[in-house]
Ligand binder design. Structure first.
Ligand SMILES: *Cc1c(COP(=O)(O)O)cnc(C)c1O
Length: 369
């Protein structure tokens, strides 16, 4: 069987009854939309983060977009973020008419280079949007200091970092609001789409609840625009509730796999991922680097291993974002890393034999090269 970066079937096999039980529970509850499961998940997900409010939405992209709007971002405002991210981070900024402004990434961690943020701030900047890429947290202390000095909000993109910690505090509790995706591959993943925004701000919460529900508080009366239909599905919420209780176990499994790769590949010429000081990494992705990346991926194929690159095209170089006006060479570290990075298989149910197979194949391919 071909090995890819993600596969949920073994996990489903072991959790089948629990997952299918949610369907019976929700379908027989008498309420199919915004019922007890969404409310329960919102309460429990907020509590996990020690934050008072959580609003479930349809996906992670909406979680970012609606959070930006709820934080007061309006068309023409600028949002500072990184270009080595999932395109949806930037699409979500674009969707509210705001302008993404990119800083480069740190060479060692691939995370937003916080030293460059001060120079990116202008009179139009409203929000700093750190992406906790691959499963570890951006340097938040200097970032928050900058936000405070300039009167800006901080929105954390936590789509890849559920449960990660920074100086002992869980991500999502480090800014003014935080957006999560529960896309199936994520560290906390549903069996379909889902997302949520958490916040300590009661005004932000009230606006989020309106925005996801046609701009309404009461039925059929629009309080504000733009209202959307972006609700977390009741069945997905119930699955997430049950999986949330196992989140720390999923993270422990990911850490064990990362340690196995670290040990097995230490003697190769790959550059392996590093965890920044103060961070507890959750290894959403295990991202290694090599200057001959594309040849290595090609040579792994006959071994039955097909790996991904997150991300091969930095957002600012994509045709769809040409209107942002960036050119090749404007973010040199991001662009160079994009040619070297690749992701190894990583999911909690990845068994030891498959981990060994991946390590053996990589060692062979690298020795031959
Ligand atoms: C997955 C992801 C998103 C988008 O989430 P969806 O649920 O797919 O809309 C946004 N940002 C990052 C960093 C992601 O990894």
């Amino acid at each position: 069987m071909t090995v890819g970066v993600w596969n949920y079937l073994a996990e489903y096999e072991s959790e089948r009854e629990d997952v299918l039980g949610t369907v019976e529970q929700v379908f027989s509850s008498g309420r199919l939309v915004l019922g007890d499961s969404v409310r329960g998940f919102e309460r429990e997900f907020a509590a996990y983060h020690g934050v008072p409010h959580c609003v479930g939405v349809a996906n992670g992209t909406d979680a970012i977009s609606l959070a930006l709007w709820a934080l007061g971002v309006r068309p023409g405002d600028e949002v500072v973020t990184g270009a080595n991210t999932a395109a949806p981070t930037v699409l979500a900024i674009d969707a509210v008419g705001a302008v993404p402004v990119f800083v480069d990434v740190d060479e060692a961690t691939c995370l937003m280079n916080v030293d460059q943020v001060a120079d990116a701030i202008t009179a139009r900047t409203r929000v700093l949007l750190p992406v906790h890429l691959y499963g570890q947290c951006v340097e938040m202390v200097p970032l928050r200091a900058l936000a405070a000095a300039h009167g800006l909000a901080v929105l954390e993109d936590c789509a890849q970092a559920h449960g990660a910690r920074h100086h002992g505090r869980v991500v999502g509790s480090l800014g003014d609001a935080a957006a999560f995706s529960f896309y199936p591959t994520k560290v906390l993943g549903a069996y379909g789409d889902g997302g949520a925004t958490i916040t300590a701000g009661p005004d932000v919460e009230r606006r989020l609840r309106r925005l996801r529900y046609y701009g309404m508080e009461d039925r059929y009366y629009v309080e504000e625009t733009p209202g959307r239909n972006s609700r977390l599905d009741e069945v997905q919420a119930e699955i997430l509730r049950r999986k949330l209780r196992r989140l720390d176990r999923y993270i422990a499994a990911r850490r064990a796999i990362a340690r196995c790769y670290d040990d097995g590949l230490a003697s190769t010429r790959l550059t392996l991922p590093v965890t920044a000081p103060g961070n507890e990494h959750v290894h959403y992705l295990y991202v290694a680097r090599h200057p001959r990346r594309d040849e290595i991926l090609e040579e792994l194929r006959p071994h039955g291993i097909e790996l991904n690159v997150s991300y091969r095209w930095p957002v600012h170089t994509m045709r769809g974002f040409a209107h942002l006006g960036y050119s090749d060479g404007s973010l040199p570290v991001t662009e160079r890393l994009a040619g070297e990075i690749f992701s190894l298989p990583m999911y909690p149910s990845l068994d030891a034999d498959t981990q060994d197979r991946v390590i053996d194949a990589l060692r062979k391919v690298l020795r031959a090269g």
